[in-house]
Design a protein around this ligand. Structure first.
Ligand code: SF4
Length: 349
């Protein structure tokens, strides 16, 4: 079936053939709690007959989402505790998040901001709130980088993005602007020349970080969209969430990292899944993540290596979580593990 517009309800998912009609009550129950949106590009990638399809796992609602673990929280990375004004999260001295919209092109079932995004989530910034957010950035000379996020900022029109960039360009101490987005993969046609031109800055370095979790997401159309961004002089970074049943094996994760590098996207972070409500079925363990990192370290070019990171719950910040290749014997002698897992002696002096 050809899907010509974004699917936004349980009924639309069934009508498009992405789920059997018998699943309608389950889908409706989950959709009543968390936003649903699947773009035509992602709907076409889903193999509906495959119960384990990695694209469906990311976007199709499932009953497990209603099982909330006690460790899970509505604000797992602690945005609220670090928000001095509406729309700004200032967790680290030299950079802020600027959350301009809470709308996304797709709604991911594992989203760490799932309680904030979507039609029932927080509202997009009003013009007055955006003024307040930019005034905050302007008043803090230590802010070197503004990370424009959401939601997904690339759902905004080129006109609004251009206006935002013009205002950021007037803040002299902001040297870097970074956009976080899924749009080049999930809605490549939206990455028009006009949109790319709107992201450029006359004075600042602009980076675009693409969130993608499976190599199938990097379709020819998605790669062409990324090429339009990179060819315009905007370097791209890759962000991936480690997801059970999606990319938690070395072959898939390695293929994704290679697909990114082939597309001129430098893999940046592999995120440990955050403790967002109802996402336990999609979260791999840290030990599994470390084993995967070891596996791809041995097999793949250094260009394909992301840093495996964990956002410490309650807003305590993001840290790399290994694996660690250095260890010490009982007598204090240092050992370093080679890519084949053999511990080698290493003398520092
Ligand atoms: S695109 Fe990002 S912010 Fe939007 S639902 Fe997915 S993970 Fe969440």
């Amino acid at each position: 079936m050809i899907v010509d517009k974004t699917l936004r309800s349980a009924e639309a998912l069934v009508r498009a053939g992405l789920a059997q009609p018998a699943r309608l009550p389950e889908l409706e129950k989950v959709a009543a709690q968390y936003a649903v949106a699947i773009t035509p590009a992602m709907a076409e990638l889903i193999e509906a007959a495959d119960d384990h399809d990695p694209i469906a796992r990311q976007f199709m609602p499932r009953a497990e989402e209603l099982d909330v673990l006690s460790a899970e929280s509505a604000d797992p990375v602690g945005d609220a505790a670090h928000s001095p004004v509406e729309g700004v999260v200032h967790r680290y001295p030299d950079r802020v998040l600027l959350k301009v919209t809470h709308t996304c092109a797709v709604y991911c079932r594992f989203c760490f901001r799932r309680e904030m995004v979507g039609p029932a989530g927080l509202k997009s910034l009003t013009p007055a709130a955006l003024d307040g957010a930019l005034a905050y950035v302007e008043s803090r000379p230590e802010i070197w980088e503004v990370i424009v996020t959401g939601g997904d900022p690339l759902v905004l029109s080129p006109r609004r993005l251009k206006a935002l960039m013009a205002r950021l360009a007037r803040i002299g101490h902001v040297k870097v602007v970074r956009f976080h987005t899924r749009v080049p993969a999930v809605d490549p046609a939206a990455v028009t020349d006009e949109l790319v031109a709107a992201l450029k800055s006359p004075t600042q370095a602009v980076y675009v970080a693409l969130h993608a979790n499976h190599p199938r997401e990097l379709t020819p159309a998605a790669r062409a969209a990324c090429a339009r961004i990179v060819d315009a002089g905007l370097p791209m970074l890759g962000q991936t969430v480690l997801l059970r049943g999606v990319n938690d094996n070395p072959e898939t994760l390695g293929a994704l990292m290679r697909a990114m590098v082939e597309t001129r996207i430098k893999p940046y972070y592999l995120h440990q899944g955050d403790l967002a409500p109802g996402t336990g079925h999609l979260r791999a363990t840290v030990a599994e993540g470390q084993a995967l990192m070891r596996a791809i370290r041995g097999d793949l070019s250094g260009l394909c290596q992301p840093t495996y990171v964990l956002d410490i719950p309650d807003g305590h910040g993001k840290v790399p979580i290994g694996p660690d290749y250095l260890s010490a014997d009982a007598d204090g002698a240092v050992r370093v593990e080679d890519p084949n897992g053999v511990r080698r002696p290493y003398q520092t002096s």
